[in-house]
Write a new protein. Structure first.
Length: 185
């Protein structure tokens, strides 16, 4: 029988009140709290926390706290990813972020999903992974919804709500987000 964590990561319905998952979220919340209490001068402590928090990429990620996430361990980044102030990543499923990707202030990445049926929603949830390519720039206050893939070298306009995949090398914006034009050069 798979654990609730295994079901969660497989995109199946799972129980978010499972003690193992509650403990993992508490760990991440404690690490985020400690991260958010650091000053810029606390670079070594901030780096230590980031290494402990993320599944991969904590060695080179740039971070302007505050930052919030569900688990942290499900966030896997390439090199030199940058998060500006007040970003939120609900990493119930895996969130993959390519190298040199930048997030403006208040960007939110969601993987968590809830059943449409109210009775089922009371006890279970599920998730869809998010994948963001290399050299992507996501403008401030954009929301990236569950299951979305954003191609490398694309730019997402500020305030966009990304509900479906975005190909590589385009500027996309709006609510819902749509491709506006290719990026030249």
């Amino acid at each position: 029988m798979p654990s609730e964590r295994e079901k969660m990561l497989a995109g199946e319905l799972y129980d978010p009140a499972d003690p193992e998952l509650v403990a993992a979220r508490e760990r991440a919340r404690d690490l985020c709290w400690a991260l958010n209490a650091t000053r810029d001068a606390d670079a070594d402590e901030r780096r230590r926390i980031l290494r402990e928090l993320f599944g991969a990429g904590g060695d080179t990620v740039g971070m302007q706290p505050p930052f919030f996430c569900d688990y942290g361990s499900n966030i896997r980044m390439g090199e030199r990813v940058f998060f500006n102030f007040n970003c939120v990543v609900l990493d119930v499923a895996e969130v993959r972020i390519g190298s040199y990707t930048m997030f403006g202030p208040s960007v939110q990445i969601y993987t968590a999903m809830h059943p449409m049926d109210a009775a089922a929603r009371r006890l279970r949830e599920y998730a869809r992974p998010v994948s963001i390519g290399e050299d992507v720039w996501v403008g401030g206050a954009a929301v990236i919804c569950p299951g979305v893939t954003i191609g490398s070298r694309s730019v997402i306009g500020a305030g966009s709500v990304v509900t479906r995949d975005v190909p590589e090398g385009v500027f996309a914006a709006g609510n819902p987000c749509r491709v506006i034009r290719p990026i030249e050069g």
